[in-house]
Design a protein around this ligand. Structure first.
Ligand code: ADP
Ligand code: MG
Length: 340
């Protein structure tokens, strides 16, 4: 049994700018497992953006196209538990042997192996064996391999052998298409104004988007209310207020730009103008300290920069806070506005 969820198919995975590279690399891997340069394929991104779904789609498609191959999906937690049990029962070799027989191995949330040296060590041997025999590895992680802490360097360097592709938060249009698809799948007709309302207000990740739709459907069925804009406004506003307001990168950019009285799209402009560079650095600094987003996610959302630029921005801002009183005052003020 491959432990794959049959709902997590490519057909159910909406494509957008946020996931195009990861999706097409995944598709290529499922057509030709072990035979592309994408080995391992590492899918990374924040929680709720589709890593598990996409990793499983690859497994399902590969099974369909190559029924003779063995596919296994396993969470890092389960892998860890199985390993501990194998050690306790003195059959580590069976454990190794089992994993070394797999043709397409999907391990979800590898960041959870952080600090687990013995498990990492065993995984290292499994990885080498599979990779050398032309078998496919697909890994997911909430951070880019370069940002993973508590992982052995020799493992991290192997993660970089293949392709690391990130999943980002979908934009408005992709959110609309995801909602349309979910509603269609559930056999429900949603008016455009309802879909637009949800897509405008539920913006953090796909899991929340789905959650919002589910609450809306539940309320309308339970209370026999018509599924219209009025109900959507009522339900969604409650939801948005209740999710302990998580400060988003978009929100930080808006507050920083308001503070410096500049239009928010200037942060995306390709310019070295001092004020803009500094506003961008400040937005990056707050995104790093106030959100759980990875450096590369922050960079790509603020001016399409890479993770090194974000790291540099955080250092620069920290230095200025220590050395420049006027600058520190500005930072304190922005901090206050963000927490209002
Ligand atoms: P992650 O593993 O990154 O935390 P999941 O793969 O569990 O995220 O995705 C969360 C939910 O959002 C799942 O129900 C998944 O089906 C859905 N989802 C994520 N991305 C998409 C997408 N592009 N199209 C359709 N549904 C998606
Ligand atoms: Mg997941």
């Amino acid at each position: 049994d491959s432990q794959l969820n049959p709902d997590y198919t490519f057909a159910n995975f909406i494509e957008g700018d946020c996931n195009r590279l990861a999706r097409s690399a995944g598709w290529a891997v499922s057509e030709n497992p072990g035979g592309t340069a994408f080995n391992p394929l590492v899918l990374y991104g924040d929680s709720g953006l589709g890593k598990t779904h996409l990793a499983q789609s690859i497994g399902l498609k590969a099974k369909e196209l190559h029924p003779e191959k063995t596919v296994l999906y396993v969470s890092s937690q389960k892998f860890q538990t199985q390993f501990t049990e194998a050690i306790r029962n003195n059959n580590k070799n069976d454990f190794l042997h089992f994993y070394q027989m797999i043709d397409i191995l999907i391990i979800d949330d590898i960041q959870e192996l952080a600090g687990k040296e013995k498990t990492q060590n065993t995984f290292f041997h499994i990885f080498n064996h599979l990779h050398q025999s032309g078998k496919q590895l697909i890994l997911t992680s909430d951070k880019a391999p370069i940002e993973l802490k508590g992982m052995e360097n020799r493992l991290l360097s192997r993660f970089k052998w293949g392709l690391s592709a990130d999943l980002q938060n979908p934009d408005y249009e992709t959110r609309v298409r995801i909602l349309q698809q979910k509603a269609y799948k559930d056999g429900i007709i949603l008016e455009n104004d309802v879909i637009e309302y949800i897509a405008t207000h539920v913006i953090n990740n796909v899991r929340e988007l789905e959650g919002a739709l589910i609450s809306l459907l539940a309320q309308s069925t339970l209370n026999k209310k018509e599924l219209n804009l009025e109900l959507a406004v009522e339900i969604i506003d409650k939801l948005v207020k209740n999710t302990k307001r998580e400060i988003s990168i978009d929100y930080i950019q808006k507050i920083v730009c308001d503070h410096f009285n500049m239009p928010v799209d200037l942060l995306q402009a390709k310019t070295r103008k001092r004020e803009i560079v500094q506003a961008r650095q400040i937005a990056m600094y707050f995104s790093k300290s106030m959100t759980k987003a990875s450096l590369s996610t922050i960079g790509s959302q603020i001016g399409k920069k890479d993770h090194a630029t974000v790291l540099h921005a955080c250092k620069t801002v920290n230095n200025l806070i220590d050395t420049d009183r006027a600058f520190k005052t500005q930072i304190d003020e922005i901090n206050k506005k963000l927490k209002m």
